[in-house]
Design a protein around this ligand. Structure first.
Ligand SMILES: [Zn+2]
Length: 413
């Protein structure tokens, strides 16, 4: 892949050739893909992108895989919708929702998985694997099926049933671990050292993480090749937030944005697992690992791999971080659903409830163009809202019964 020149350590800058590796031999820092931006700039254009596929692969020039090798279930190109009713509720001006519930397995993870498994095929792997809080498991199982790869996905045993069924149906191996995500992750790091598998978020992580940039690319394209003023992004490992920021910067580097983005980046966490938000609120540089306890299981990473980088991106950009309770998460899900007709999973509830906090604190401002990233579908975490929503009334099949339940003077005639 000519646009990629190698891998580089994010801590010490040591460079490596492209390979399924993820940590620096010198300092154990995380590795990142290095691109030849001059070369990309000379070949990429808005027109070329507009003529590309209606998936993340329209941005293949800025991804670390050749489009010809893509494992493509149709990830990406999801709607960016103006949310006027939600904005009014929050006292904000211009709010947009990036609705990533509409991906092939209904979460943004299809973006990273599509890139990771495409790269896994390039490297010649026969088995795909991942550690997952659920959404990634869905996505890896589906894309592995599509690619004809064997798969092993590792999840915490207490995951929502919706996420287990929607993973197991694709026929790969689903391994439920008696422990939390951080336990699952530790086991997977050991397995990755034992078996020659493509562990998408271990040894393929540098490539995998690049897929998240497409959320920035699409947002800019959908705004007429402009950057928003402020983005609000849920934080699990912290990778998504840093990659969205990187995505806007890259667009400017390769000439697709006319102005350098002056983007403020804010993060959203649940109070039951808020190591990054806590560090921000305490003005600390240290992310203290926590034991997660929240209904937002897709964000329940107590020791986030990119937590420091996410915190740094928020600080550098002048954004903020919020942490919200389980009750606020449920209210956030319902608020987005009743104002905009979009049903988000608990992570989406975290994002909307955090947006409310950030707006109340004046961190997200009324004169800003704001994009909130809704990363997974509500049907995946139906248990979270099932106890508080249901039929408005249950009645006998008669007009009288209907009138008894609903005062006719209050209904449109
Ligand atoms: Zn290093």
């Amino acid at each position: 892949m000519a646009n990629v020149t190698g891998l580089r350590c994010r801590e010490c800058g040591h460079e490596y050739e492209v390979a399924p590796i993820y940590t620096c031999e010198w300092c154990f820092g995380p590795l990142e893909v290095v691109y030849d931006y001059d070369r990309i700039r000379s070949s990429i254009s808005r027109e070329k992108i507009a003529n590309g596929p209606r998936t993340i692969w329209r941005y293949a020039d800025l991804l670390p895989v050749d489009r010809g090798n893509a494992v493509d279930l149709g990830a990406g190109y999801t709607p960016l919708v103006r949310a006027e009713r939600l904005a009014a509720e929050l006292g904000l001006g211009e709010v947009w929702i990036k609705n990533d519930t509409l991906n092939p397995t209904n979460s943004f993870k299809d973006r990273v998985t599509s890139v990771a498994l495409s790269k896994a095929l390039e490297f010649g792997f026969k088995t795909a694997a991942c550690a997952s809080t659920g959404n990634l498991a869905n996505s890896v199982a589906a894309h592995a099926a599509r690619a004809g790869l064997r798969s092993f996905v590792f999840i915490p045993a207490d995951l929502e049933q919706g996420k287990i069924v929607t993973t197991a149906v694709y026929g790969g191996n689903v391994v439920a671990i008696e422990g939390n995500y951080d336990d699952v992750n530790r086991l997977c790091a050991e397995l990755a050292g034992t078996y020659k598998w493509a562990f998408v978020n271990v040894n393929i992580r540098p490539f995998y993480a690049e897929g998240s940039k497409t959320l920035a690319f699409e947002t800019a394209e959908q705004l007429g090749w402009e950057s928003p003023d402020h983005v609000v992004v849920p934080i699990a490992s912290g990778s998504l937030l840093t990659k969205i920021r990187k995505g806007f910067d890259e667009l400017f580097k390769v000439g697709l944005l006319d102005h350098a983005p002056e983007l403020r980046v804010s993060g959203a966490q649940a109070t039951g697992c808020s190591p990054v938000a806590t560090a921000w609120l305490e003005g600390s540089d240290t992310i203290k690992p926590v034991k997660p306890k929240t209904i937002a299981k897709s964000l329940a990473i107590g020791n986030p791999a990119d937590g420091y980088f996410a915190l740094d991106a928020v600080r550098q950009s002048g954004g903020g971080l919020a942490a919200v309770t389980d009750d606020e998460i449920v209210e956030g899900i319902r608020l987005l659903a009743r104002t905009e007709g979009i049903f988000a999973e608990t992570a989406g509830g975290v994002t909307i409830a955090s947006l409310r906090h950030l707006a109340e604190q004046g961190i997200v401002k009324k004169d800003e163009r704001v994009v909130a990233y809704i990363t997974g579908h509500g049907l995946k975490t139906i248990d979270a809202v099932a106890p508080v929503v249901g039929p408005t009334a249950t009645i006998a099949p008669t007009l009288d019964a209907f009138h008894a339940a609903f005062d006719p003077s209050t209904i449109d005639h």
